[in-house]
Design a protein around this ligand. Sequence first.
Ligand SMILES: Nc1nc2c(c(=O)[nH]1)N[C@@H](CN(C=O)c1ccc(C(=O)N[C@@H](CCC(=O)O)C(=O)O)cc1)CN2
Length: 369
Amino acid sequence: MASSILSDCSSARLLPLRRSLLPPRAPRLRSCPALATPRRLLVAARPQLLPRPRHMDSVPAATASSADSATVSADAPAKLIDGKLVAKQVREEIAVQVTRMKDVIGIVPGLAVILVGSRKDSQTYVRNKKKACEAVGIKSYEVNLPEDSSEEEVIKHIASFNSDPSVHGILVQLPLPRHMNDENILNAVSIEKDVDGFHPLNIGRLAMQGRDPFFVPCTPKGCMELLHRHGVEIKGKRAVVIGRSNIVGTPAALLLQKANATVSIVHSQTKNPEQITRQADIVIAAVGVANLVRGDWIKPGATIIDVGINPVDDPESPRGYRLVGDVCYEEASKVAGAITPVPGGVGPMTIAMLLSNTLESARRIHGFK
Ligand SMILES: Nc1nc2c(c(=O)[nH]1)N[C@@H](CN(C=O)c1ccc(C(=O)N[C@@H](CCC(=O)O)C(=O)O)cc1)CN2
């Protein structure tokens, strides 16, 4: 549901449920210049294609552009980390690999998506996943179940996809209806086909030293891909993840740690979130609170990955609302070295990474390098 109109980042009314994320005696929030920095003024950072992700191991590097490190002086406006552009590149690379797999071993990767209920946003995401599959040559299978379905019905479909050799990836669109227990349902997905990476065994492997999960959850994987492709150094850097959800915050923190960053997690009980965040070279904000992270939370030159997709009322927009991130973009882009926009940042990477995981799964199942 869209919240109140946001002409700037200072609207404390947006934070009623998350006040504990603010400092105990927060000074009156400075007014954020009302969209004073048009995005077009920002320098779009050209993503580099190296180091290359695992699913691209056999893709020729001919298209790689020169490295353009995203960590720059804070005097310049932040570089824009264009998730839409990177996602397009990833999809193109995947399409090449899907064709190669089909030509060489005659196998077409398959993705099964289960949607329960009729939430408009979920329907849109599922439709977009289907379209993205079609565009790269992945076969998609879809099951739509009514809101009042039982857990058993959902699990029955999962079981059938688990044993279907033409399906290499299975996902259940979240959120599920309230009467369902997510855990029971996500546990039913075969770990080898868990392209969302939400199975506890996948998360457990992600958390362990010397182990790798079968799959990394798509949104945090997309965050890491954006950092890698923009040449952001992670090793030895301080990283702060804001939010500790199972889907984004926790796996994002584990991934940054695996990449040798020193990681802190800021959450609803954290006493001085802005002070901790200000120490970070890399910030991943994934808390679902519009414009929570202000300019003065950010270390000059830091790289900011904004996962939040928060609707706020906007009568001038055809939809009646617009999307803003967890970071006050207008303020942050004046301090940060590089920043993702919302929309067009992490969001498009989520679906690109789903395609990547599906391809990876088909390759692993069929032993195709
Ligand atoms: N089973 C899953 N459920 C959900 C996941 C998930 O990864 N697996 N993530 C989200 C929803 N999601 C994909 O499912 C998703 C969210 C947002 C976007 C996206 O591209 N957003 C655009 C804006 C879209 C708009 O204009 O409305 C952007 O940020 O630019 C893609 C996928 C929860 N459920």
